[in-house]
Design a protein around this ligand. Structure first.
Ligand code: MTE
Length: 323
């Protein structure tokens, strides 16, 4: 008996190995800055490159490029402790401070994401396969519709890289996303708090925009359960609820897909939900916000400060009607 490996030990080893793999991918693929940061935080040992790997493979983003693309916001980053203890994830808990505890132990291996619908090559991708796509660090503002905001150093990959693999057909105009539906693992799905599973959607051009990422980590670590492990959408110019967590299905569709908060409150939460200080929520102003960790409120920026990159997507559109 004693010389047998307990199943719990095997699981631990598996998780550990997967994490190491993830970290290597992240470290190798991050920006120069990101790499240095990750290095300091997580790799006290010098990074050993595998045979054939070159440091030249690291994507180098200059400060100038970062501000042009919006990839790396030059503002103080919200501490990890705040990002991981102030959450909206109704599948686990409706109180922000309760999510971390309720989501502890959420099992995210194995995990697969089905990419299907109006595509030439529908496919189910295993998480490990998605982690093979070059991971990048993106430091984005996150503005919640409730009026608070954070700055989060994500790790992930642009969604367009995944969509290109399945070849959307010319009929595909929108992308629909779905969170895992498993009431045994997501306890609040046993109750009718929202209509489960949580669903979200983007127009195809929004989904293909280089700022739109599938995040797999943050602060150089794999994503904690409360922040949407193992993979979530991040669309930095839209209110936070568009950034759907723990995604299992991505469908290319012809018509605007239903979205969870729009189903709950069609007059309060639109399909687009672009951050817009000029369009008030029916019950509160959106002109300013509380950056977590700051005392004074700060002005909310149009498109959350990403106007230079995304305003052209909405040229000629009435942003009040299409809120
Ligand atoms: N995704 C799912 N599946 N369930 C949720 O309750 N909450 C949304 C969004 N994604 C939510 C979700 C909301 S309202 C916000 S503001 C962000 O996740 C919060 O992300 P964070 O907890 O990582 O800050």
């Amino acid at each position: 008996m004693s010389d047998k490996i307990k199943s719990t030990e095997i699981t631990d080893k598996q998780v550990y190995l997967n994490r190491r793999l993830f970290m290597r991918a992240a470290v190798l693929a991050g920006t120069a800055t990101a790499t240095t940061l990750l290095y300091r935080r997580l790799n006290p040992q010098p990074l050993k490159l595998a045979e054939g790997e070159k440091l030249d493979d690291v994507v180098k983003v200059t400060r100038e490029e970062a501000s042009k693309t919006g990839y790396l916001v030059d503002e103080p980053q919200t501490p990890l402790a705040s990002i991981t203890n102030y959450n909206n994830f109704y599948e686990f808990d409706t109180s922000k401070s309760g999510v971390a505890h309720a989501a502890k132990g959420f099992v995210t291996r194995p995990w697969a994401v089905s990419v299907e619908g109006l595509v030439n090559k529908p496919r189910v991708f295993d998480l490990d396969e998605l982690l093979q796509i070059r991971q990048e660090e993106r430091v984005y503002r996150l503005r919640c519709v409730e009026g608070w905001s954070m700055v989060i150093p994500w790790i992930g990959f642009p969604l367009h890289k995944l969509l290109e693999k399945v070849e959307p057909t010319s009929q595909a105009k929108y992308v629909a996303f779905q969170t895992l539906l498993d009431p045994n693992r997501m306890p609040n799905q046993k109750f009718g708090i929202l209509s489960w599973p949580y669903v979200e959607g983007l127009r195809l051009d929004e989904a293909m925009h280089p700022l739109t990422i599938m995040a797999t980590g943050m602060y150089g670590e794999t994503l904690p359960p409360q922040d949407g492990a193992p993979i979530r959408l991040v669309v930095p110019w839209k209110y936070g609820f568009k950034s759907i967590k723990s995604v299992v299905k991505i469908s290319l569709v012809a018509d605007e897909p239903p979205t969870t908060w729009n189903i709950e409150g069609p007059d309060e939460y639109g399909f687009y939900s672009n951050v817009n200080p000029n369009v008030a929520h029916p019950r509160w102003s959106q002109a300013d916000e509380r950056r977590i960790g700051e005392y004074n409120r700060r002005k909310t920026l149009m498109f959350n400060g990403y106007g230079e990159q995304v305003a052209k997507l909405y040229e000629g559109m009435d942003l009040v009607r299409n809120f």
